[in-house]
Design a protein. Structure first.
Length: 213
């Protein structure tokens, strides 16, 4: 797929602006039959399981940045995956999936991948607790689209850019308390923003003075 994308990009440099690409299924991820719902396989060998979910989160960015085009900015690729447990108190990460909307080949500031709905793990029933996704630039925090209440499926959302600046959203969807946005600093989380209940659908952040979390 990467080779085909490079060929198409080269063709576009000669004026073929209408060429498009879309990542296809693999053994590590795919679309559910007849839908745009994505599944991913776990566990991901690049990420060591842990009873401390933060230890898993801290490994995600370096692992994703090894994937094709993960750091190529306007020519780059977002990756999406899930953090999950098999109910044994150990947290694990799925493979990262590039599956998303069909994109025109070439430079673009609009990158996306579909947040997976299911983890396939042959050892048992996987229960996702968080999704994660990358941005192929830096600096690049969570966007309003990343923060919108209608785009949240899990208890937590993790996002990072190519500098491994990590953000965490606790959306509290359907609750009257505000959503919370944190940034990772060393081995702690610093609160950087709140999303008031009336702002959740727009993903609008109110910045705050940092607090531990």
């Amino acid at each position: 797929m990467f080779f085909r994308a490079c060929v198409a990009a080269a063709l576009c440099s000669f004026g073929c602006s209408g060429v498009s690409e879309r990542a296809s299924d693999s053994e590590a991820y795919g679309f559910e039959p007849g839908s745009r719902t994505v599944w991913v396989r776990g566990p991901w060998a690049e990420v060591e399981p842990s009873r401390d979910v933060d230890a898993v989160i801290d490994q995600l960015c370096p692992a994703v940045l090894k994937l094709p085009r993960a750091r190529e900015r306007d020519y780059g690729q977002e990756y999406c995956g899930l953090i999950y447990s098999l109910g044994d108190g150990i947290y694990q990460a799925s493979e990262g999936s590039p599956l998303g909307e069909t994109q025109l080949v070439g430079a673009s500031r609009r990158k996306s991948c579909f947040s997976p709905r299911r983890v396939v793990d042959g050892r048992g029933r996987a229960v996702p607790i968080a999704d994660f996704h990358s941005h192929p630039w830096a600096p690049s925090p969570m966007s309003p689209k990343d923060l919108k209440a209608s785009n949240q499926r899990w208890l937590v959302r993790i996002q990072f850019d190519t500098s491994c600046r990590i953000q965490k959203l606790i959306p509290y969807v359907g609750e009257t308390r505000p959503g919370e946005v944190y940034e990772r600093e060393g081995h702690r989380w610093r609160l950087v923003g709140l999303i008031r209940p009336e702002d959740k659908e727009l993903g609008r952040i109110t910045t705050v003075d940092g607090e531990g979390g």
